[in-house]
Design a protein around this ligand. Structure first.
Ligand SMILES: *Cc1c(COP(=O)(O)O)cnc(C)c1O
Length: 394
């Protein structure tokens, strides 16, 4: 291909990860891990403080009313820490689910023994303001609402402003899983009312995996002492220890934090959230247009397509086999993602990570070659998938 990308390719033989994290990171981010830090040392404490400062700034939050608390582990550990610490034991949560991560939030609450209720919208549709309002009006015991910002299992971008308005108007507290959106889709404390958001190192900020972080109202953390069911995932304890000592409570992922600081620097240099989001939107538009031109269909209607990841139906052509397709794409230097839907067969292509539209054009060309090798002449989905989409997305 003559298509020049502004971004250098991953190292020789290393594929692009068209996945929602871990994802393709910059060489500079990986290089930042080439030394060791003492967790207790002042240098590392300064790195943690700088990271928290930058993350708060990204959310438009100031240190007087807001705080950022990192938590070791993958994103789900941070979600669990947020839910277990910020929801009191006698609280009740309304979970807005339209995919696997909403279901996981509900499952987490089940493990934690927190009362909850789920609005389940299936795979195709977002939860909307009026139904959230109705659920809150019907049950005054609900104290918190959990919303998924971008539901990464289908790629749907949920209308978080609309949800936040309804929740705030009814005096309830909104907890946002912005794992796969924060850093690329604006989410600022001045624009959207919420209690806390959670995200992680290895999504739109383009770091490597190893920790998540919760940006929360300081008052929420102050009130959270004794809520947690878990020692290691007690967000209040982590926060209190960090406030007092500048250190993480238990062994921090030092190298991951160093890489993340580099990623934050590069995020700012690119132009912050707006520029990061614009690049991902561009990636998506190029990729979706190239896939549709081959007959592929997206699961979602255009208005709900996120710039994070896109779900496509598997082609109806019996010559199409996902495992084969996956291997052919890998041989071309692209790792794609299986689908995560409940009913129809699908796969996903991610738009996030250190890559641009030129890389996406190459990915689309690789898809065309893979179809040819398999002998798939038309990538159109089975009529039954389209019927179901029409029925469920109405
Ligand atoms: C990635 C992600 C998570 C966390 O998943 P982990 O595999 O635990 O990192 C949670 N919610 C959403 C919406 C995500 O995209």
């Amino acid at each position: 291909m003559m298509d020049q990308s502004d971004f250098p390719a991953p190292r020789m033989g290393e594929p692009y990860l068209l996945t929602p994290g871990p994802l393709t990171t910059a060489a500079e981010v990986k290089e930042a891990m080439q030394r060791d830090w003492g967790s207790w040392d002042g240098d590392f404490r300064a790195m943690t403080a700088e990271m928290n400062r930058r993350l708060l700034a990204m959310a438009g939050a100031t240190r007087d009313a807001w705080t950022c608390v990192p938590m070791q582990g993958s994103g789900s550990f941070a979600v669990e820490a947020m839910l277990g610490s910020l929801v009191p034991r006698d609280g009740k949560v309304l979970v807005l689910a339209n995919g696997a991560y909403g279901q996981r939030a509900a499952q987490t609450l089940r493990y934690l023994g927190r009362a909850h209720q789920v609005i389940n919208k299936g795979d195709y549709l977002p939860p909307r303001g009026p139904e959230v309002a109705a659920a809150l009006d019907a049950d005054p015991a609900i104290t918190h609402v959990v919303a998924i910002h971008c539901e990464t299992s289908s790629g749907i971008l949920n209308p978080i402003e609309e949800i936040a308005e309804v929740v705030a108007a009814r005096g309830r507290k909104l907890l946002i899983d912005s794992m796969s959106a924060f850093g690329a889709i604006p989410l600022e404390v001045g624009a959207i009312e919420f209690e806390a958001l959670v995200s992680s190192a290895n999504k739109c900020i383009e770091g490597v995996p190893g920790f998540g972080f919760v940006i929360a109202r300081k008052a929420a953390l102050e009130a959270a002492a004794g809520n947690s069911h878990s020692l290691a995932l007690d967000l209040h304890a982590q926060w209190a220890h960090m406030e007092k000592t500048g250190q993480w409570r238990y062994t921090p992922p030092t190298h991951v934090v160093a890489a993340f600081l580099k990623a934050l620097e590069m995020h700012a240099a690119e132009g912050g959230v707006a520029a990061r989001g614009a690049r991902y939107f561009d990636n998506r538009d190029v990729m979706v247009a190239g896939m549709r031109a081959q007959g592929f269909e997206t699961l979602l209607a255009d208005r709900w397509l996120s710039p994070i990841i896109v779900t496509f139906f598997n082609p109806a052509d019996p010559a199409f086999e996902f495992d084969r397709f996956y291997e052919l794409m890998k041989a071309e230097g692209f790792i794609i993602y299986p689908g995560k839907l409940t009913v129809v067969d699908s796969f996903r292509i991610g738009c996030i990570g250190r890559m641009d539209a030129a890389v996406m054009r190459r990915a689309v060309a690789a898809v065309a070659r893979a179809l040819k090798v398999m002998g798939v002449t038309d990538a159109a989905p089975p009529p039954k998938a389209l019927e179901e989409r029409a029925r469920l997305a109405a």
